[in-house]
Design a binder for this molecule. Sequence first.
Ligand SMILES: C[S@@+](CC[C@H](N)C(=O)[O-])C[C@H]1O[C@@H](n2cnc3c(N)ncnc32)[C@H](O)[C@@H]1O
Length: 234
Amino acid sequence: MNGDRLSEQVEYYRARAPEYDDWWLRRGRYDAGPEHTAQWKAEIAELRGAVEANGVGGWVLELAGGTGSWTTMLARRAAELTVVDAAPEALARNRRKLAALPRACPVRFVEADLFSWAPDQRYDLVFFAFWLSHVPESHFGAFWDLVASALVPGGRFFLLDGRYDPAVAGLAGSARPDGETSVRELADGRRYRIVKVFREPDDLALRLGELGWSVTTGVTGPSFLYAHGSRALG
Ligand SMILES: C[S@@+](CC[C@H](N)C(=O)[O-])C[C@H]1O[C@@H](n2cnc3c(N)ncnc32)[C@H](O)[C@@H]1O
C-alpha cells in the first residue's frame, strides 16, 4: 500500500509539473481571493526571512527541489548546490529557472527516489520545502537518518512545510487527508492518492528531539511552519 501510494505520489508530481507553480503563485484554481493571496505572500516573505536569518552558504543539498521555487534562492547563496527530485518534468523547469538567473553557484541535479537514494557527499546545509509532509510515518525515522548521513559534523537542516488551513483546504481537489492519504486532482480531472501528513511545530520538535536533533521551530501564520537545527551533541 505504501509503495503504491509513494509511486502514485511521484506520478502525480510528474503530471502536475506544468501547473505546479499555479499553487505557489495562487493562480487559477488556487486563487482564494485577494485577502488570502496577500496573507500567503506575507507569509512567504516571512519564510524567506527565516531561511536567510538561519544562513545559507557552503555546500547545500536541496531535497525534493521540484520546479525550483526555493532552488533559485539557494543557488544565489550557496557555494555548491545539489538538487534531488524524482520528477524529471519538475527538474526540467527548475533548470530553466536557474539558467535565467544572472548569478548562481554550480548546481548538480539528481533525478532519484528519496526513499532509496543515498548521498555521495556531505553538506553544510540540507534544505527541504514542502517535502516532509509527503513522508509517511513508516519512513519518518529512515528519512531523518538520510538527512543525518548527508550532513558534515555540525551541519544544519532547514525545512518548511504547509500547515492544515481549513480556509483553503478544499482548493483544487485537496481535502483534509484521510489518515495519511490525500486525494489530489489535476486541472484536467485526473486524480491521485498521495501521502500528506500535516504536522505542527511542537509535535515536530518533540519527534525530532527523540531522534537526537536539536531543533527550533516557528510558524508564519495559518499557512506555513518551519524548523531548523542540527544533531544534538552527546
Ligand atoms: C510539494 S512538492 C515541493 C517542491 C519544492 N520543494 C517546492 O517547494 O516547490 C514535492 C516534490 O517532491 C517530489 N517527490 C515526490 N516523491 C518523491 C520521491 N519519492 N523522491 C524524490 N522526490 C519526490 C515531487 O516531484 C515534488 O517536486
